[in-house]
Design a binder for this molecule. Sequence first.
Ligand SMILES: Nc1ncnc2c1ncn2[C@@H]1O[C@H](COP(=O)(O)OP(=O)(O)OP(=O)(O)O)[C@@H](O)[C@H]1O
Ligand SMILES: [Mg+2]
Length: 236
Amino acid sequence: MSKTDNTMTRPDQAIILRTENLGRSFRSGHELLQVLSRINIEIPGGQLTMLKGRSGSGKTTLMNLLGALDRPSEGQVFFRDLDITALSDHRRDQLRRRDMGFVFQSVALIPTMNAFENVEFALRVAKPDGLDRRQRTEQVLQLVGLERRMRHRTQELSGGEQQRVAIARAIVHQPTVIFADEPTAELDTSMGLQVVQLFRTLVEKEGQTVVMTTHDPNMMELADQVFSLDDGVVQS
Ligand SMILES: Nc1ncnc2c1ncn2[C@@H]1O[C@H](COP(=O)(O)OP(=O)(O)OP(=O)(O)O)[C@@H](O)[C@H]1O
Ligand SMILES: [Mg+2]
């Protein structure tokens, strides 16, 4: 297992996600493709954790398991002390909706909606208690630096701005963890750095927990810890 620690874990940063001998294989015809084996990692709260590894090393597969989008072939994923692999689909959906936010490589905003509407729509779907929808939507768009772009539609925003709307959409319901799979892959280096810098701000100012995958060494410098995947195991 390869883990680079850029910071010390503070006592208030309890472990949010933990895997125990996690494995995932896929059957293709008669072949069994073992993509991940015996993954044992811990992700503390309030930190920016990155997963790196060459294409096909299993980063997306691991992130999908951590985010309860997929079920493992072996082992467990714990969210705090809860074994999420043992939960029903319904409970997993609930957990995802309440505690997790997702940002993908392709932004997938709703093109007919403006920035405000895209973010507010996510809040309607999540239905969190006690949040004023308008106020919270404006607050997160401000947080990602788009207070002057709220009424712009998708095609009137730059790639980096679109990704920031996607991040606003992922955090608007105040999830415990944000998962971002290659959120900078379609951006040039400077826009990519802006996006990761935004994650750093969320970690430092809001105590947000962020897990992201990346190929880009420039981005890794901004991580609190980096796990490196190679041949389905985390290298050390
Ligand atoms: N549903 C599936 N069925 C069969 N094989 C799969 C499936 N999902 C992923 N794989 C295989 O698992 C391996 C890891 O895929 P994964 O998408 O996790 O890689 P990655 O590290 O995210 O790569 P990239 O950097 O290209 O996004 C690949 O060889 C892929 O072909
Ligand atoms: Mg991937």
